[in-house]
Design a protein around this ligand. Structure first.
Ligand SMILES: *[C@@H]1O[C@H](CO)[C@@H](O)[C@H](O)[C@H]1NC(C)=O
Ligand SMILES: *[C@@H]1O[C@H](CO)[C@@H](O)[C@H](O)[C@H]1NC(C)=O
Ligand SMILES: *[C@@H]1O[C@H](CO)[C@@H](O)[C@H](O)[C@H]1NC(C)=O
Ligand SMILES: *[C@@H]1O[C@H](CO)[C@@H](O)[C@H](O)[C@H]1NC(C)=O
Ligand SMILES: *[C@@H]1O[C@H](CO)[C@@H](O)[C@H](O)[C@H]1NC(C)=O
Ligand SMILES: *[C@@H]1O[C@H](CO)[C@@H](O)[C@H](O)[C@H]1NC(C)=O
Length: 138
């Protein structure tokens, strides 16, 4: 009884694994771009234009037409605290290597902001600073 069940499970396992086995190695299908800006010394000012750049070296053919999603977070308490409801930018071509946008006007000062660029997978920037634009805020 048990051995029959075991044989069934083994057969089932191998049939599932065989069907799921990818034709190409997974690394070739995932493009995980390295963010080159912002860096740790970057300071963004709210309500001004900012530019995020990333390396497009080694972009695989499968990702040439992929679009990206750029989220803002902050690296407190061991969590990335990503704001999924207010993307900084979305639907931009990953092959471009940069995207520019206006920094939201209502962000508070923090020196542990991060951006995470999602293409086929997510990649985080170093921590950087965003400061309110004191001159234009009442
Ligand atoms: C953001 O900047 C624009 C000009 O670029 C200005 O008209 C607007 O009042 C600013 N908003 C805030 C909240 O500072
Ligand atoms: C953003 O960076 C890209 C690549 O370096 C550059 O071509 C573009 O002009 C930059 N945009 C701004 C507003 O600095
Ligand atoms: C990317 O887009 C071009 C032009 O539309 C097309 O020729 C090419 O096959 C696409 N590549 C992939 C991997 O989808
Ligand atoms: C900033 O503004 C957006 C909408 O414009 C709002 O959803 C968000 O809660 C605001 N964030 C803060 C920290 O006030
Ligand atoms: C986030 O903070 C943890 C420790 O709290 C640190 O190990 C990690 O490198 C930080 N991540 C970034 C992107 O700075
Ligand atoms: C705004 O004021 C804060 C606190 O006084 C300061 O740390 C920050 O550098 C100022 N931001 C700018 C853009 O001058």
């Amino acid at each position: 009884m048990l051995s029959t069940l075991f044989a069934f499970l083994v057969t089932f396992f191998f049939s599932v694994v065989a069907r799921a086995a990818p034709v190409q190695p997974v690394e070739l299908l995932v493009f995980s771009p390295t963010i080159t800006s912002p860096t740790a010394s970057t300071v963004w000012i709210t309500n001004t234009t900012a530019n995020v750049t990333w390396s497009t070296d080694n972009i695989p053919a499968e990702s040439q037409n992929s679009t990206g999603l750029l989220l803002l977070g902050y690296n407190s308490t061991g969590s990335e605290n990503l704001d999924i409801y207010h993307p900084l930018a979305s639907q931009f071509p990953l092959s471009q290597g940069w995207v520019q946008f206006t920094v939201p006007y209502n962000l508070t000062y923090k020196n542990d902001y991060i951006v995470v660029l999602f293409g086929d997978s997510g990649n985080a920037s170093p921590q950087f600073t965003i400061t309110p634009n004191n001159a234009t805020q009442a």
